[in-house]
Design a protein around this ligand. Structure first.
Ligand SMILES: [Zn+2]
Length: 315
């Protein structure tokens, strides 16, 4: 992802999110039992370690294929059916084959609207060994564990899609459009092309969430009502400290969903090390991350999703 210094080109998604019902029971009586206590930080940490063991994982690499196979095998073990979405795109580094991996969890009503939760799992190509423990690894690890918890949670008022995006990172050293967010752009445009994007009520992005000092950045492009809902859920559960990060304008995979009209938020801590010194450097290693942070963001996300389900109600 990239910090955006000019807001001029921002496509801010504003949408009315009707508050139809609240708390832990959906409008139709569908149980929306608490999910957060089920999140196991140990499992997330193991997912992070496995990815780092794969080494640098840029788009098109063998290492990323090994990582993809790991994601698929985990998703299957949760009773989910992973799907690959492979496409080729020309980049400043030549034509690259990208592969997103996603799995759907069907709501109590098979026609239920959908909430999409995503993370990129590629790491930035560098001229030095870059393992992306935080940038690419942490959010992917947390998303796997979130998928496990939601898949085991019984009937829900919403369907979920868990998407692992390839090619979020720019191929060039700098972030110059359209050389970034290849996977999420492809996925969002496919949803639109298939005529189902109106069923996607919200997109929740995780990125760079493993920092030992986890302080989520207040991304000004994120949907404010969704952001408030996640922050409220966190504060009510003693996790408010993680919302005390700085405000910034951030470019990331949520751009792709906002561009097709889906209200979106980016849960990200874009202050990784002193003055973001570890971002996109050889210092982005496991020792800069912590199991506790993975546990905290996992719980925050699951608390926020339940809050979001209440906000969105059921059509
Ligand atoms: Zn990055």
């Amino acid at each position: 992802m990239q910090r955006h210094l000019s807001r001029a080109a921002a496509s801010l998604t504003s949408v009315f999110l009707g508050i139809a019902c609240q708390a832990t029971v959906g409008c139709d009586g569908t149980a929306t039992a608490p999910l957060a206590p089920k999140f196991e930080a140990d499992r997330a940490w193991q997912h992070l370690s496995k990815q780092v063991e794969c080494g640098p994982r840029p788009a098109g690499s063998e290492a990323l294929e090994r990582c993809r196979a790991y994601l698929e095998s985990e998703l299957k073990s949760y009773g989910l059916v992973p799907k690959r979405e492979t496409f080729q795109e020309s980049t400043p580094g030549g034509t690259i084959e990208f592969t997103n991996v996603y799995a759907d969890f069907t709501g109590a009503d098979p026609a239920a609207d959908m909430i999409v939760v995503g993370s990129h799992y590629d790491t930035k190509r560098m001229t030095f060994p870059f393992v992306g423990a935080n940038d690419g690894g942490s959010s992917t690890a947390v998303l796997l564990e979130i998928a496990r918890v939601v898949a085991a949670s019984g009937k829900r008022a919403f369907s979920y899609r868990f998407v692992f995006f390839d090619g979020e990172e720019a191929v060039r050293p700098d972030w110059i459009d359209p050389d970034n967010t290849y996977g999420s752009r492809h996925h969002a445009l496919e949803l639109k092309r298939a005529g189902v994007v109106s069923k996607v009520r919200a997109f929740v992005l995780l990125d760079m969430v493993g920092d030992k000092e986890l302080r989520l950045t207040r991304d000004s492009y994120s949907d404010k009502r969704m952001y408030d809902a996640f922050e409220r859920a966190a504060r009510e559960n003693g996790l408010g400290v993680h919302f005390e990060g700085k405000a910034m304008d951030l470019r990331d995979d949520h751009d792709s969903f906002m561009a097709v009209g889906v209200p979106s938020i980016d849960l990200i801590d874009f202050e990784y090390g002193p003055r973001n010194a570890w971002w996109h450097t050889a210092d982005d290693t496991l020792d800069k991350c912590s199991k506790e942070s993975l546990g905290a963001i996992g719980k925050i996300t699951l608390l926020g999703l339940v809050e979001l389900e209440g906000m969105l109600g059921k059509k």
